[in-house]
Design a binder for this molecule. Structure first.
Ligand SMILES: [Zn+2]
Length: 368
């Protein structure tokens, strides 16, 4: 009787000590994470928040707000003006263009009204300068080159409005290129079959114009043939702003190991998304740990110079442990637990994106 009591007492004591040390470990890691975030720039390369703001979504329902950025230690967010793919005729294309322009102008107005808290950046230097001033940072982007219509001068028009990356397509093929996910859709005249087998002749012009001006080419959403064409034609490194690894989750939107290696070989970056469908076969299996598995997969394959964070918040993403931007710093805690160094975390969070921006800016300067 006595020995059973002591055995039970010992077991409980061991468990209590274990849980205390785990809590202490987590507290230590959280303190380290906070300290690291004091001296790095963190960047999220993909959110669809700007369109929701343009549509008048209740701010309480947004996954990215200035408060949530501050809570998550997120310095800079790319706000993409997203537009879904519709028919290829001129009036539908013009409507898409107008939505994107409206979204961009609306966000510019918002940033101007909150200029004491957030500034818009168009270069890596402006990102660094705004961080030094203690400001949050917004960078404009377009998700779906469909918004350019068939008019190449629109690339410059959007560049002048501050756009610094364009995702060439969304789901379904457009004028520029084929997409990774496509369907037969008689309403819009879509076909699942490839339309161009990569970039169209106009798409090639668009990529060259983006290089000339200094806009990052985003290959997320595009087909494998498009990725090949872009890597062949682009003079600057490219980005997958929100994609995950096919090797860990067999989704057509995810990148194969060969594609990850090809993007990295050209100096590009792969930004992991917090979207359940790209992370795991079953929605309930997607969580912060699985997100970090995808991050580690890219790191193990091509190194910490080529991986980062592109949440896709307010665009259908959000998983257990990464429900919104206020949780971003928890990724740092998990990566520290996995042995990531401060130097690697600096690259993951923003160093790689800033390097890419500088390279894209240099290609533009050199083509003057
Ligand atoms: Zn997307």
């Amino acid at each position: 009787m006595k020995s059973t009591f002591f055995r039970l007492f010992a077991a409980v004591s061991v468990l209590a000590a274990l849980s205390f040390s785990m809590k202490k470990d987590t507290a230590d890691l959280e303190a380290r994470a906070q300290k690291i975030h004091n001296s790095i720039i963190s960047m999220d390369t993909h959110t669809d928040t700007a369109l929701r703001m343009y549509r008048g979504t209740d701010p309480a329902k947004l996954q990215v707000t200035l408060d949530k950025m501050r809570q998550g230690r997120m310095d800079a967010v790319f706000f993409a003006a997203y537009v879904g793919q519709k028919a290829w005729d001129d009036s539908s294309t013009q409507a898409a263009h107008d939505i994107v322009e409206g979204t961009i102008r609306n966000f510019r107005e918002y940033a101007a009204q909150h200029s004491d808290e957030i500034g818009l950046a168009t270069t890596a230097k402006e990102v660094r300068d705004l961080k030094k001033k203690g400001k949050l940072i917004g960078i404009l982007a377009i998700e779906n080159g469909y918004a350019l219509g068939r008019d190449i001068s629109n690339v410059k028009k959007f560049y002048d409005l501050g756009v610094r990356y364009i995702t060439l397509s969304h789901n379904n093929h457009n004028e520029i290129c084929d997409a990774a996910v496509a369907e037969d859709n008689p309403k819009y005249g879509f076909t699942k079959e490839p339309r161009w087998h990569g970039l169209s002749p106009y798409g090639e012009e668009v990529v060259m114009e983006m290089n000339r001006l200094g806009i990052i080419v985003d290959i997320s959403h595009t087909s494998a043939e498009t990725v090949e064409d872009v890597l062949r034609i682009s003079k600057a490194p490219v980005m997958a702003s929100h994609s995950c690894c096919r090797d860990l989750c067999d989704h057509p939107r995810n990148l194969t190991d060969e594609q990850i290696k090809a993007v990295a070989a050209k100096g590009g970056i792969i930004q992991i998304a917090a979207y359940h469908g790209f992370l795991a076969a079953k929605e309930e299996d997607a969580n912060l740990q699985v997100f970090c598995d995808h991050v580690d997969h890219v790191k193990n394959l091509v190194g910490a110079d080529h991986v980062g964070y592109g949440s896709d918040f307010d665009g259908g993403s959000g998983i257990t442990g990464m429900e919104d931007e206020s949780k971003a710093k928890d990724v740092t805690v998990e990566l520290l637990r996995r042995g990531w160094t401060k130097k690697e975390l600096r690259k993951f969070w923003g160093g790689n994106v800033l390097r890419l921006m500088e390279q894209v800016e240099k290609v533009a300067r050199d083509s003057e």
